[in-house]
Ligand binder design. Structure first.
Ligand code: ZN
Length: 162
């Protein structure tokens, strides 16, 4: 074990995805019943790892522009980075992020251009792209490595009002 590093290199990292519903919005404290809501599925730990890969394999990546990042769980220590992936399909005024507990393990560093097309080599558990902390992103490929801790909601001021 490396001094100062949690077992398994456990870290708290931000995750964002699409909300089909208003989970987390004021008055919406329950998960929705949709089986395709990415946010509720993530909170339930129903991850989509290998979904496309299992069904379509490499053909899917060639024809549907599905990247390796789509086959894994993409998280970041920078909330500003994850913010870019947060979407609401119901037009909520609230932006949602999840703070996940993530077992990063031994991450393999890759160049930014290769980040979304890489899979970990033997001996590595995840992929990391890191020029700076604000740009750092990990891709995890094991659903057991990610557990949601907190759902954080915030509003972004209208542009020009800051
Ligand atoms: Zn939902």
């Amino acid at each position: 074990m490396v001094h100062g590093v949690e077992p398994g290199n456990q870290q708290r990292l931000w995750y964002a995805t699409t909300r089909e519903c208003g989970v987390g919005d004021p008055g919406h404290e329950s998960l929705c019943s949709s089986t395709t809501c990415p946010m509720c599925n993530h909170i339930r730990c129903r991850f989509d790892i290998g979904h496309y890969g299992g069904r379509y394999g490499r053909l899917a990546q060639a024809f549907f522009f599905i990247t390796r990042a789509d086959l894994g769980i993409q998280v970041s220590p920078a909330s500003s980075k994850s913010h870019l992936y947060s979407r609401s399909l119901i037009g909520s005024q609230w932006t949602a992020l999840l703070l996940d507990s993530v077992v990063v393990g031994n991450p393999q560093a890759v160049a930014a251009d290769d980040f979304e097309s890489s899979i970990p080599s033997s001996g590595f558990d995840s992929i990391v792209r890191s020029e700076s902390t604000t740009e750092q992103e990990f891709i995890l490929y094991h659903s057991d490595a990610v557990r949601p801790l907190y759902l954080v909601l915030y509003q972004v001021p209208a542009s020009g009002s800051i």
